[in-house]
Ligand binder design. Structure first.
Ligand code: ADP
Length: 358
């Protein structure tokens, strides 16, 4: 049985549908991210799970029991906020112990559990420090310890690392994964940052305008994006506008800027068949694109001019201006200079075909 079941949940505010018929499950011990641009409904979903908001429609279950009408303290979940909300006048230990005290856990056990938590978040010896004397990263650890200490079924995170600098954020991402592994507690993590979601989670639920666009592992979503939006949000994509001329069982003839181009392999998202006459977008990932000296007669290619090159450490990212679109190409070689005339080339098998504007 999933530890969390969100079933056909909608949240309507007077002026906006913040969450629109959302359903997903989270398995016990999973680390799942809810990812999407600002305003896509991520925090509203989290707040409904925590009990700070009530769904307009739909049900939320934890371990099979319906919780969507229960007050927050009757739900076996804790939340870690971006502004950590530690009690500044309490010590580190007192902050962590607070919830246990409230729920009547005896003193000796409280002490053992707090020590255990300090060890897990690597703050052994910090117990007597004032919490307002800690660094940002240390405060994060205390907030996490406080959310874990009463062993909830699920810990909810609302962009807790967004305010940290890049290096500390990356370090805390690794720490979160380690701590989640060690405790086995289910983590549900909200972020607008695809890099964070890719780094920390087993699985992602990708939202836009209150609706789930796609759910799956990073690989599944990256390899088989369900729409133009998803392809662009998870990784980059070169989006080439085209019109479908004809479709066979395993090939498709399209026109790009009036020029014919035949795709011998078709990759369209599941359940999204395209027909002759449709406007589509051909999506090609920057690392699937090669840059060569101009060659005539290659079907899948555009001629253009190099307008930018950036050395990335692993290779070079070129920007190439063509009459159709501006291409981004991540390649290993660095043979070309700005203003060089080149051909942008890719293999049919790498092209995704999306309904235009999907
Ligand atoms: P995200 O977390 O993805 O940035 P939110 O869940 O905060 O998105 O918001 C989703 C939409 O719901 C936004 O359009 C936001 O303005 C709206 N919204 C959120 N909370 C409220 C509220 N309490 N009252 C009215 N509208 C709200």
């Amino acid at each position: 049985m999933p530890v969390l079941s969100i079933d056909e949940v909608t949240k309507r505010y007077p002026s906006v549908v913040a969450v629109d018929d959302v359903s997903f499950d989270v398995a016990d011990g999973e680390f799942v991210s809810i990812l999407g641009p600002s305003g896509s409904g991520k925090s509203t979903i989290l707040r409904m799970i925590a009990g700070f908001e009530t769904p307009t429609e739909g049900t939320i279950r934890i371990d099979g029991d319906r919780v969507d009408q229960l007050p927050p303290f009757e739900r076996d979940v804790n939340m870690v906020f971006q502004n950590l909300a530690l009690f500044p006048h309490l010590t580190v230990s007192e902050n962590i112990e607070f919830g246990l005290k409230e729920s009547g856990v005896p003193k000796a056990e409280r002490k053992t559990r707090v020590e255990e938590m300090l060890e897990i978040v690597e703050l052994t010896g910090y117990g007597d420090r004032a919490s307002d004397e800690l660094s940002g990263g240390e405060q994060q650890r205390v907030a996490l310890a406080r959310a874990l200490v009463n062993r909830p079924k699920i810990v909810l995170f609302d962009e807790p690392l967004a305010s940290l600098d890049r290096k500390l954020r990356q370090h805390m991402q690794k720490e979160l994964q380690r701590i989640q592994n060690e405790t086995g507690i289910t983590f549900l993590y909200v972020t607008h940052d695809q890099e964070v979601a890719l780094a920390v989670s087993d699985r992602m639920v990708l939202l836009n305008e209150g609706q789930i666009q796609q759910a799956g592992t990073a690989e599944e979503i990256y390899d088989r994006p369900s729409s133009e939006f998803v392809a662009d949000f998870i990784g980059d994509v070169n989006a080439i506008p085209a019109t479908v001329d004809s479709v066979d069982d395993d090939s498709m003839a399209v026109s790009v800027s009036g020029s014919p181009y035949t795709l011998s392999k078709i990759r369209t998202p599941d359940g999204n068949a395209v027909d002759a006459g449709d406007d589509v977008t051909l999506g090609v990932r920057p690392h699937e694109v090669d840059v060569r000296v101009p060659e005539n007669g290659t079907a899948a290619s555009f001629d253009g001019t190099v307008t930018n090159r950036v050395y990335t450490g692993e290779g070079t990212t070129y920007t190439i201006d063509t009459p159709v679109v501006e291409f981004t190409a991540d390649v290993e070689n660095a043979a070309f200079e700005i203003d060089d005339e080149v051909s942008v080339v890719w293999s049919d098998a790498t092209v995704h075909v999306f309904p235009r504007g999907s």
